[in-house]
Design a binder for this molecule. Structure first.
Ligand SMILES: Nc1ncnc2c1ncn2[C@@H]1O[C@H](COP(=O)(O)OP(=O)(O)OP(=O)(O)O)[C@@H](O)[C@H]1O
Length: 204
């Protein structure tokens, strides 16, 4: 429906041949569809596959993070914490909502409830309409956290890391804004990450 009118607009502002202009129009429409969870390729309008732009991918990502659903069950997690975990939970939550900065390191043998504690923290912060990013060094650990992503993926960390590496996020980018707006960041298995990767959080 909008394709013809958009085609005229795109054509007016560029000297590209018609096929290129049509691809630009459909890519633009696809970016909008993509943000709603659809894909223009389903309609088979072009032989060539139309891919979403990086901006559209970031926008979808940001939308997802800002709208993570917190279940009633997750909201009750703090009530199930034992005395030590409740102390850790209260200390972290108080700091988060005090507006002061802070970094906490949770250590403990496997199976002692660290992930359980992270889930309780994430649910409490997200239920108050704040952003809480859930990341982990490995994809297995990330998949256990609600809304979890690997730190590599969330912070766009390059595969090869040297002393001068930087993330593929510009300061004005919507993902950079998301990270700056985050009330808290959980990084599971942080001790498995390289020191340089953890230091990068200071730059956002
Ligand atoms: N307070 C709790 N109440 C009920 N179940 C709990 C509680 N704490 C932990 N569990 C359960 O115990 C199991 C292990 O907990 P969890 O995965 O959080 O441990 P972990 O320290 O993160 O382990 P790992 O180091 O292997 O990742 C999970 O099934 C979890 O649901």
């Amino acid at each position: 429906m909008f394709e013809d009118s958009m085609f005229e607009d795109f054509k007016y502002f560029s000297n590209f041949e018609e096929k290129v202009v049509r691809h630009k129009v459909l890519s633009h429409i696809n970016d909008i569809l993509y943000s709603m969870g659809h894909d223009i390729n389903e309609y088979k309008l072009m032989l060539e596959k139309i891919r979403p732009s990086e901006i559209a991918k970031d926008a979808k990502d940001v939308h997802f993070e800002r709208n993570i659903f917190v279940s009633e069950q997750d909201l009750l997690l703090p009530k199930r914490l034992n005395v030590q975990k409740l102390h850790a939970y209260n200390t972290i939550i108080n700091r988060v909502f005090s507006g002061k900065q802070g970094a906490f390191f949770i250590d403990g043998p496997e199976g002692t409830g660290k992930t359980f504690l992270y889930c309780a923290l994430l649910a409490t912060i997200r239920s108050q309409e704040f952003i809480a990013l859930a990341t982990a060094t490995s994809s297995v650990a990330a998949s256990i956290l609600p809304g979890g992503r690997t730190a590599h993926s969330r912070f766009k960390i390059p595969i090869v890391i040297d002393d001068n590496f930087c993330c593929n996020i510009s300061k004005q980018n919507s993902v950079a804004r998301l990270i700056r707006d985050a009330k808290s960041i959980v990084w599971d298995e942080a001790s498995m990450a390289k020191k340089n990767m953890l230091k990068l959080l200071m730059h956002f």
